[in-house]
Design a protein around this ligand. Structure first.
Ligand code: NAD
Length: 292
């Protein structure tokens, strides 16, 4: 199977490298980033796409995805698959899938969870939307780049699953951080707080696996001065996508909205964008109630 890979940034480069290591013939293109070892560099996105059985895109946002798709679809072989692994808005994913179908191609939106560590280790989770037949063809690639792939439904279903998951994650991380900061002020030891909550009904991935308190629970970015991990700016991107989608379908998401506003302040006013998203804890621990 010949693969074209467009977008070789923090995530795309290790994903492409893993495919090349597994023996696939991979041709890569990025506007600025170099090709990783084992990947043949192309001069243009169209050169990477031409003659490929599967073209993978790993790009920053929906606008860029739409423009790259418009560029590459006309040169792709009939029945080739455009597999987009970027995190983008549901509308862009559906528009790109429609354009692909009109060009005689198949499209899958398959955003990932697992970050740069998961991309490097080949342990990403893929959540996919698109035709069953196309999903079946690319499962072998998911198995190289990741450890789990869920076919969530039609075009856009992968992006829908991703933003719903990350909306829960943003909300539970904030809840965990504000609870730690409250516990501090109540004189409760953080380790005791962890011991109780991680085995009680307040448990979550944010508490049990990615504990935002340094020195407590399993090793996490909190133990490394909140270096990401998963940067607050990326969490804000996903929360904004969740609110864009919620607005489009008239869904009431009050906590998703509150989480978006808090990360907006953290990233845009308090210079927290490059810190891990769990750095909400040192933010809350310094604060009192806003209107008392
Ligand atoms: P990145 O900015 O490191 O990489 C994006 C790459 O796309 C860059 O190298 C850029 O030069 C390239 N690019 C932009 N426009 C292009 C074009 N027209 N043609 C070719 N290349 C182009 O971003 P990343 O961290 O690799 O993230 C990629 C996607 O994965 C994003 O949608 C992001 O939300 C998602 N994601 C990231 C993480 C993470 O932890 N970094 C986790 C899950 C999902």
């Amino acid at each position: 199977m010949k693969i074209g890979f467009i977008g070789l940034g923090n995530m795309g480069a290790p994903m492409a490298a893993n495919l090349a290591k597994a023996g696939y013939q991979v041709t890569g293109f990025d506007l600025t980033a170099p090709c990783p070892e084992g990947v043949t560099p192309a001069e243009a996105a169209t050169d990477a796409a031409n003659g490929a059985d599967v073209v993978i895109t790993m790009l920053p946002n929906g606008k860029i995805l739409r423009s790259v798709a418009a560029e590459i679809h006309p040169v792709m072989s009939q029945e080739a698959i455009h597999l987009d692994c970027s995190t983008v808005d549901v509308d862009s994913a559906r528009a790109v899938a429609k354009a692909a179908t009109e060009a005689g191609l198949m499209a899958i939106d398959a955003p990932v969870s697992g970050g740069v560590g998961g991309a490097t280790a080949g342990t990403l989770t893929f959540m996919a939307g698109g035709p069953e037949q196309a999903f079946a063809k690319v499962v072998q690639l998911f198995e190289v780049m990741g450890q789990k792939a869920v076919h969530c439904g039609d075009a856009g279903a992968g992006q829908a699953a991703k933003i719903c998951n990350n909306m829960i994650l943003g909300v539970t991380m904030i809840a965990t951080c504000e609870a730690f900061a409250l516990a501090d002020k109540l004189g409760l030891d953080r380790q005791k707080m962890f011991d109780v909550v991680s085995t009680s009904s307040g448990y979550s991935w944010s508490m049990n696996v990615y504990c935002p308190a340094p020195g407590v629970g399993p090793t996490s970015p909190a133990d490394n001065d909140y270096k990401p991990g998963f940067a607050a700016a990326l969490m804000l991107k996903d929360l904004r996508l969740s609110q864009q989608a919620a607005e489009a379908v008239d869904a009431d998401t009050p906590l998703g909205l509150a989480a978006t506003r808090l990360y907006e302040t953290f990233v845009e006013v308090e210079s927290g964008g490059e810190k891990d998203f769990s750095a909400m804890l040192p933010r809350f621990e310094k604060r009192g109630r806003p209107f008392s």
